[in-house]
Design a protein. Structure first.
Length: 291
């Protein structure tokens, strides 16, 4: 059964030659659904991307390190943006959260059409050394898992076998979401790569495995030992104070012009779908005027 808090489990398998990561991100996806009022296919597209971002964030060196993932394939769902830090605090959005598509012929959500494949998968990673790493690769299918695998191969030269999935129930809530990542260590040899490719084929329906058996069952199937586990949380860095700084950066004239036009000045955070609203009294206080 899915965890009540999203988790990232990691271990070494195949005689210590392959890195295994198993994620249960059901709770993470449900938080995204609640914040953005996501349609099922939008939830699947964003959820798969957030799961991939959580895995990538698990490699960050420090809690203050950060990364962002951008998927822009020209599909009906529009651009997907996800940000994370080394503490595995994740936030994300999809431009068209209400994107609606009929299921594929096999009955699964049509994530590929939602995302599109005429574009790129981009990762920007900052480990705090002042030199951000930027990696990008062309989208392969828009289904996210294949695109992440292509990114690892072309941008980081790290062959990776992986599966991602999000299952949404008839009530609109996620019943199972997560991923499995198998990454041969440097110098592991062709046998390790074959092992990863053969074993990942069993997890093409990873969302159903998470829903019915849970992530621990996947770890047990690999005979994983010395497993590390970390919580993965939906958390945004936006605050009213940061929103106020954005208003100040507009300048007094533009801020009051917007106030006159709309009755207030609102700063919207796309990542968590939060609005910070400032009325006339707020603006005068911000700009050091008497109310």
């Amino acid at each position: 059964m899915p965890e009540t808090v999203s988790k990232l489990y990691r271990a070494l398998v195949f005689d210590g030659r392959v890195s295994l990561a198993v994620l249960d991100t059901t709770a993470l996806v449900n938080e995204a659904i609640a914040r953005h009022a996501l349609s099922p296919v939008a939830a699947a597209a964003l959820g798969r991307t957030m799961t991939a971002a959580a895995y990538l964030a698990g490699w960050l060196k420090e809690e203050k390190s950060s990364l962002s993932v951008s998927v822009d394939g020209g599909g009906v769902g529009g651009k997907i943006g996800v940000a994370a830090d080394g503490a595995l605090r994740i936030r994300g959005f999809i431009a068209n959260p209400q994107a609606d598509l009929p299921p594929r012929a096999d009955g699964k959500l049509d994530v590929g059409t939602c995302v599109g494949k005429n574009g790129t998968f981009t990762v920007i990673r900052d480990d705090g050394d002042g030199i951000p790493f930027v990696g990008t690769s062309p989208l392969v299918s828009g289904e996210i898992a294949e695109d992440v695998s292509a990114y690892f191969l072309t941008s980081e030269q790290r062959p990776t076998a992986l599966a991602l999935g999000v299952k949404v129930g008839t009530d609109g809530r996620c019943t199972g979401a997560g991923g499995v990542f198998l990454q041969p260590l440097p110098g592991a040899g062709e046998e390790a790569l074959s092992f990863a490719e053969e074993r990942i084929a069993k997890y093409s329906a990873i969302s159903s495995v998470i829903e019915q058996e849970g992530a621990l069952a996947v770890l047990a199937a690999f005979g994983a030992k010395d497993v590390s586990v970390r919580d993965v949380l939906f958390a945004c860095h936006c605050t009213r104070e940061r929103a106020a700084s954005a208003v100040l950066s507009m300048g007094r004239a533009d801020a009051f012009a917007l106030l006159k036009e709309r009755g207030c000045v609102s700063v919207h955070c796309h990542y968590c779908n939060t609005d910070y609203t400032f009325d006339e009294a707020d603006l005068r206080k911000l700009f050091g005027e008497s109310v």
